[in-house]
Design a protein around this ligand. Structure first.
Ligand SMILES: [Cu+2]
Length: 179
């Protein structure tokens, strides 16, 4: 983004430089002409650099290498997930897919009054999710850097809902990393 903006600015100045250059036929502009031509040449160099692979490719690569995942603990309106007539603690979604070689930014919103963790040892993650409430959920963000494809288990390491802790999709689950 910043690089693209800078490129636009460079073009603006370059065009402005050309305009002043054109106006430079006015007699008094001799000194300004030299200065503007110099500035124009500098910006021209910068603009030229903007067309190279290094500058053009960087923003695209940065964008495609970051994934965003949102998880909700005990989502409303039930503030949990109803199973067999009871509402249980759950991370929603309990399973999701990531791409190897990316940075995955995981944002957790916790409506539960208890702390939880999102722990995936094989991915090097042990994120602490602070307690929240139904009216004022807590927000925690952490990142995952999956390096290889596979299926990786996660679980909540905080003793919470016993049923949820032994059921996939509630307080444990899997993440699929694709190549
Ligand atoms: Cu838990």
């Amino acid at each position: 983004m910043a690089v693209l903006s800078g490129t636009g600015q460079a073009r603006h100045h370059y065009v402005a430089g050309l305009s002043v250059l054109a106006a430079g036929v006015l007699a008094f502009a001799a000194a300004v002409f030299g200065l503007t031509a110099g500035v124009g040449a500098i910006w021209s160099t910068v603009t030229g650099g903007g067309s190279t692979n290094a500058v053009a490719a960087a923003p695209a690569a940065a964008t495609t290498n970051v994934q965003h995942v949102s998880l909700v603990v005990d989502p409303p309106p039930l503030y949990g997930v109803k199973v067999d007539g009871a509402v249980h603690d759950a991370f929603v979604p309990g399973t999701f897919t990531m791409k190897a070689g990316t940075t995955v930014v995981v944002s957790v919103t916790n409506y539960d009054s208890m702390p939880h963790t999102w722990t995936a040892p094989a991915l090097g993650v042990n994120a602490q999710v602070t307690p929240g409430s139904q009216t004022s959920p807590s927000h925690v963000t952490f990142t995952i850097h999956p390096t290889k494809a596979g299926t990786f288990a996660w679980h909540c390491a905080t003793p919470c809902d016993p049923w949820s802790m032994s059921h996939v999709g509630y307080m444990e689950g899997f993440v699929t990393v694709t190549a």
